[in-house]
Each structure stands twice: as C-alpha cells, then as structure tokens.
Design a protein around this ligand. Structure first.
Ligand code: KG4
Length: 335
C-alpha cells in the first residue's frame, strides 16, 4: 500500500511516500532559520510558510519516490495535536488531494508518528513496550500496547523537557533551538555551585513538571546579571542537563519496573541529548532492559513516520472523510 503522507504540525513542511516500512521518499522543508530571529516558533509565520511551500514539497516527494499520483493508495496527514493554523494547512491540502484522487484519507496523531519511526528503522521492534517521548512540546511516558493502542502513563503538568532546555538556553544567550546548543557546551555539572530544584509532582510518580526548574534558572541568570556576577555557563548548562536527565531516567525506569516492561524506546527531539542517551543506556544495561534510540535522521518532524503509522491506522479502520478537522490538543490514547 503506497501512502502519501503530509506533516505540517509545527515548523516543518514535510511530505513522504511510504510503502509499509519502506520509505520511497522523505522531503522536509524546515523553517527553523525563519523563526530563529524570534527565539521560538511564531505560529502565524509557520502557517504562512506551510501555505507557500506545501505544494512544492508534496510534488517533490512524489518525484523522488518515482511514482505517479495515480499509483497512490491513500493520503495520510497529521491532524492533531500541534499549532492549529499550521495543522490546518496540511489537513486541507490532504483533504483536497484525497478528494481529487478519490483516495482514502488517514488521520494520524502527531505523537504516534515518532513511535512509528522505529518500525522503519528497527524492523525487529514490536509492541508492547514503554516509550519516553521527549520533545519541544511534549514530555510523556506511554505504554505502546499495540500499533494503534496506547496507554498514557505519565505526562508533563506544565513545560516539556525540550521547552525547559530551550528557554534556559535562551536565557544563557544560546541560539534557538537551544537544547542542542546547551547539550554541546555543557561540561561537568556542579549542583553545589548552582543548586536547582528537582522537578517532581507530589503523589504522581510518573508525571513531570519542568516549569519550576526553568524559572529557577532564568531567575538565577537575571540576578547574576543585576549583580554583575559572572556565571559559568557550561557548568550551569551541565547542571540543568543533569537535573532534567535525572527525572526523565528515574521516572522511566520506575514505570518499566512497575508495569513489567523489558523494552524501552526513546522518542522525540530531546532523545538526541548526549547525557540522556549515555545514562539511559547504562541504566538499561544494568537492569537488563532493551533500549531503542530513535534513528537520528527520523528524530525531527518528518512525514515518513506519519506514513508508517498511517498504514497501521488504516488497518485498524481509522479513516477520515472530508469533514476532518485539525485539533490543537488531543491525548495520544484518544481512540
Ligand atoms: O521532537 P522535536 O524535533 O520537535 C517537536 O518538539 O515537535 O523536538 C525538538 C526539541 C527542541 O526543544 C530541541 O531543543 C530539543 O528537541 N533537542 C535537544 C537536543 N536536540 C534537540 N534537547 C536536548 N539535547 C539535545 N541534544
């Protein structure tokens, strides 16, 4: 089944042609540079850029796949969650295409796709497993019971881990998106020199909360600037990174133990973090768990993983019609 998949939930306009776990083309037009000057994604600009680029991106995906539109079996699209204006561009384009080609339309949940990226990269991986999803907009622990069956175990109550990295990195004067830069400059942590609050949610052992940590770091930097105190940014960056990794790793291992999972999967942009990878690997080795990292080329938003998930959604009877609408927030286990 050849699926043309479209993704426009945030700042990447992407299209891909996928056949089962085989990626025939994967085109990504990123807007990062345009948002960089503002230090974050500007939703209105994102929607406008998607509108300008989507037709070319889809055309390019078809060309690179070496197929014609008539060879397609379905059109898939990310419909939720995400920036509403950005999502609407992809959803409307996909609806038009499906209608004109008389093809089924498959709605794909944005947070299910990074899990499907594994099915492309690791053919041996099959549910059930536990997934820690850490991105710029989301931090959640989810039980992947089957390809289209999910159970939310824990989630962030406020900021995502990626947002905490990005905002603290910005306050440190690092470029957007800050997570990767913070990771690169971080040296050895020193929690005695820069004491930071441990992010925890009372009585909810699997939930996360990063806004207190973010505020503490931003306040520390402001105070230092007011007093003319010099902050050792690489050490502070390392301390922030260690604090975030401590909570991500301990929550994941607790959930794996409590719910008897032997396979752990990391998903989302923050899983590129070097400390998270190294420490998680060591911890899983000690506990006897299998650990899967996302394939780096499929780490960011892309449509290949949307197409991979779409095949499972279609098989499970998840079809949409012309009334499909974009939705800004929707739980991963919505269906
Ligand atoms: O999943 P993703 O590509 O996009 C969405 O959030 O939709 O995740 C992007 C996030 C950003 O917050 C970025 O700063 C973070 O992933 N990130 C990292 C690293 N690489 C990317 N955070 C920490 N360390 C990294 N090496």
């Amino acid at each position: 089944m050849k699926i043309l998949a479209i993704e426009s939930s945030c700042d990447e306009t992407a299209a891909a042609v996928v056949e089962g776990r085989r990626v025939l083309s994967n085109v990504i037009d990123t807007q990062i540079r345009e948002h960089q000057v503002y230090g974050g994604v500007v939703p209105e600009i994102a929607s406008r850029r998607h509108t300008e680029h989507i037709a070319q991106v889809v055309e390019e995906a078809i060309k690179r796949a070496g197929v014609s539109y008539t060879a397609l079996d379905a059109v898939a699209v990310t419909f939720a969650p995400g920036l509403i204006g950005a999502l609407l561009v992809g959803v409307n384009f996909a609806k038009g295409l499906a209608l004109s080609l008389n093809l089924p339309l498959i709605p794909v949940h944005h947070l299910r796709s990074p899990i499907a990226a594994y099915y492309i990269a690791h053919q041996e991986l099959k549910p059930p497993f536990l997934c820690l999803m850490v991105s710029g907009g989301n931090t959640l622990l989810v039980e992947v019971q089957d390809y289209t069956k999910f159970r939310l175990v824990g989630r962030t109550r406020d900021d995502a881990a990626g947002e905490c990295f990005d905002k603290t990195a910005r306050a440190m004067g690092l470029p957007y998106p800050g997570g990767v830069h913070l990771d690169q400059i971080a040296t050895l942590p020193d929690p005695k020199r820069y004491p930071l609050p441990k992010p925890a949610v009372e009585g909810e052992p699997y939930d996360f909360s990063f806004s207190g940590l973010k505020t503490a770091v931003v306040n520390r930097l402001h105070k230092a600037a007011q007093k003319g105190e010099e902050i050792d940014i690489p050490v502070l960056a390392a301390t922030v990174r260690q604090t975030v990794c401590d909570v991500l790793i301990s929550h994941t291992l607790k959930a794996a133990q409590d719910f008897s999972h032997k396979t752990i999967v990391l998903a989302g942009g923050v899983s590129a973090n070097s400390e998270l990878r190294a420490r998680m690997e060591k911890a899983c080795e000690q506990a006897g768990y299998r650990l899967f990292y996302p394939p780096l080329d499929l780490c960011g938003d892309n449509a290949a993983m949307v197409g991979a998930q779409a095949a499972f959604e279609y098989a499970d009877g998840n079809h949409a019609d012309i009334s499909l609408n974009a939705t800004a927030t929707l739980a991963i286990d919505y269906r």
